[in-house]
Design a protein around this ligand. Structure first.
Ligand SMILES: [Zn+2]
Length: 302
């Protein structure tokens, strides 16, 4: 390879910020596998070790390793998932906050990720952004996709890193400034997608696990919108149906967390490819001119 070719082959880079090991497999896995296969460098940053996760897969009840050391078991699961998706991976080193349950809710455990001051919580991610130099960052919206305290904190640190990593006056000592160009929120739980999958299952005479969820969404909508209008519109649909089997394999790699007979596998990859071959995103900030809708997170950057 000549120097010139080497320069022009400088790869595009995408960084996805997730709260726990397994979130990368349920939110954006096919998109990431697709970009990685096309030569984009894809990095997942996982904020916490998932130490407070319970066993979510009945087949793993009584598993010795996770019973003794859930964090350790999940590190192995994460390594398998990353290998399946063909991505790079970095732990940010914080402790899982757990999902508080009860009324009133119990306080969060001392020293957990969600209780960290923002500048402490965001520092490892700023350091990673300055080292990996992503053009695109993908994370959750301000509700965290769902209201787990670690997901909300993951959103906050992603937005902080997007804004601060390029500013030499901030996070001094955390590396050479680098300014990411586009910030997206993940829309994996896009109601339109579940609606389309639900009706496809019905048309095929199959049972739909989404009926209850859809009913709740439709009922919650008082404006007559069908489906309810999300606060963040879908701006970007990445066609990645070819990688749905890899997404399923990555999910199953998180064996303590994912029931192989559960919700995520209700619709076959073939039917999903026919009905909804995309993963959906909302472009929330761009430093390059961007016209939406678009079908590529790197529109304007290639
Ligand atoms: Zn999570």
């Amino acid at each position: 390879m000549t120097t010139n070719e080497g320069h022009s082959a400088e790869p595009l880079r995408l960084l996805a910020v997730h709260a726990h090991p397994d979130d990368e497999a349920s939110k954006g896995a096919a998109m990431m596998a697709s970009y990685a296969a096309s030569g984009v460098r894809v990095m997942v940053a996982t904020c916490t070790g998932g130490e407070r996760g319970g066993i979510q897969n009945p087949r793993m009840e009584g598993d010795a390793h996770s019973g003794r050391d859930m964090g350790g078991a999940r590190r192995l699961e994460m390594a398998r998932a990353a290998a399946i998706l063909g991505i790079e991976h970095q732990w940010l080193g914080f402790t899982d906050s757990g999902l508080p349950e009860g009324d009133p809710l119990p306080p969060l455990p001392a020293n957990c990720f969600a209780l960290k001051p923002l500048e402490i919580a965001a520092a490892p991610l700023v350091r990673l952004v300055r080292r990996f130099r992503p053009h695109v960052i993908v994370s959750y919206d301000e509700n965290g996709g769902y209201p787990h305290p670690d997901h909300i904190m993951a959103h906050k640190v992603a937005v902080e890193a997007f804004h601060a990593a390029g500013d030499p006056a901030l996070y001094e000592g955390a590396g050479e400034p680098w300014e990411p160009q586009k910030l997206y929120y993940d829309l994996a739980f896009n109601p339109q997608r579940f609606r389309a999958l639900h009706f496809a299952l019905q048309d095929a005479g199959l049972a739909s696990p989404y009926a209850e969820r859809l009913a709740a969404w439709l009922e919650a909508d008082t404006e007559g919108h069908t489906p309810p209008v999300s606060k963040h519109p879908t701006t970007t649909q990445v066609d990645c149906g070819e990688f749905f089997e890899k997404r399923d394999d990555a999910l199953r790699a998180h064996a303590t967390q994912v029931d192989p007979d559960g919700f995520f596998f209700a619709v076959s990859p073939d039917m999903q490819r026919k009905v909804w071959p995309w993963e959906d995103y909302s472009l929330v900030e761009s430093r390059v001119p961007a016209t939406t809708p678009e079908n590529d997170l790197f529109t304007g950057l290639r």
